[in-house]
Design a binder for this molecule. Sequence first.
Ligand SMILES: C=C(O[C@@H]1C=C(C(=O)O)C=C[C@H]1O)C(=O)O
Length: 115
Amino acid sequence: MTSKNDTLPDPTRQLTALRQRIDNIDAALIYMLAERFRCTADVGALKASSHLPACDPAREKEQLTRLHALAQDAGLDIDFTKKFFAFLVGEVIANHKAIAAQFQDTPQNPVLNKE
Ligand SMILES: C=C(O[C@@H]1C=C(C(=O)O)C=C[C@H]1O)C(=O)O
């Protein structure tokens, strides 16, 4: 199969091909993050309705140990992994606090009643 891309100089074609792979990976990351945040929103609603704290340091410690090993195995920078995880969990905890505040105002939280 020929395409317009076949007529480009080699480095340009290689760059286009690499960027196509990057775009595919970015799409997968966005979908995975969206799914993770949907899941953590459900955790936030469960915690709010059960009066559990937004943050669980023991669980985070376990996750960090696991992610450290996974990052090492995958060849992903450990410091980046820790920073990314801290950023992600920081967002989740802020969301959990917002859900808890909303639950206090309106115990009929729509997140809990969506099914
Ligand atoms: C999602 C939870 O809430 C918080 C967020 C976490 C996460 O994003 O993975 C982990 C621990 C908690 O501090 C949980 O307790 O499982």
